[in-house]
Design a protein around this ligand. Structure first.
Ligand code: 5GP
Length: 179
């Protein structure tokens, strides 16, 4: 019985080794490819001054410039210089610098265009409207009754739905904190 197991594992080992190695090569290739793609986004080109932009603020960690197709005059993008695809892979130090610049620029834009309010939006992944895969926040001036609909109207939870989903999210946050 023991020798049977031995024979099987001997036979399977090269296949496993091959699959494992191929998987690693593929993952390595995809990681390298993604890194190359991320170096090449339009925002990296703006950071490197290879493409012009109307820059309104810059420090060691972040840059802010006017969106080329503004939803409203003064629509500004805040971009962390350190590459992350979006909020999901952004490290905490970058996130801290990012929000600091968002606050600074949002105030300045609001005052400059005399807006009544500001929407701050971060699109994360294609389903959420992300087109440029280098993390960024939109700072969009708003005016009372300007007619811009950012989201549709919310709907009510069904019986017990809020309890179930909030419990699952709490559990997920706990799991992430434990790892
Ligand atoms: P996303 O949908 O990814 O959140 O938004 C990307 C934003 O980048 C869009 O609002 C788009 O107008 C803006 N954008 C794309 N290309 C350029 C560019 O070359 N220069 C500037 N300033 N903004 C850009």
């Amino acid at each position: 019985m023991e020798s049977d197991v031995h024979q099987i594992s001997h036979g399977v080992y090269p296949v496993r080794y091959f699959l494992d190695r191929s998987q690693r090569i593929l993952i390595g290739y995809l990681t390298g490819y993604t890194a190359l793609m991320q170096e090449d986004t339009i925002f990296m080109k703006i950071i490197r001054r290879e493409v012009p932009a109307d820059i309104v603020y810059e420090d060691d960690d972040t840059i802010a410039f006017l969106d080329i197709k503004p939803i409203r005059i003064g629509h500004t993008l805040v971009v962390p210089k350190k590459i992350s695809r979006n909020i999901f892979d952004m490290d905490d130090d970058t996130a801290a610098a990012f929000i600091k610049t968002i606050k600074k620029v949002a105030r300045a834009v609001k005052e400059t265009v005399r807006a009544d309010g500001i929407n701050i939006g971060i699109n994360n992944e294609r389903a959420a409207g992300q087109i440029v895969f280098h993390a960024h926040a939109h700072i969009i001036p708003r005016f009372l009754d300007d007619g811009l609909k950012v989201w549709g109207r919310g709907k009510d939870y069904s019986q017990g739905e809020a309890i179930t989903i909030s419990e699952k999210i709490r559990e997920r946050i706990k799991q992430d904190a434990d790892t």
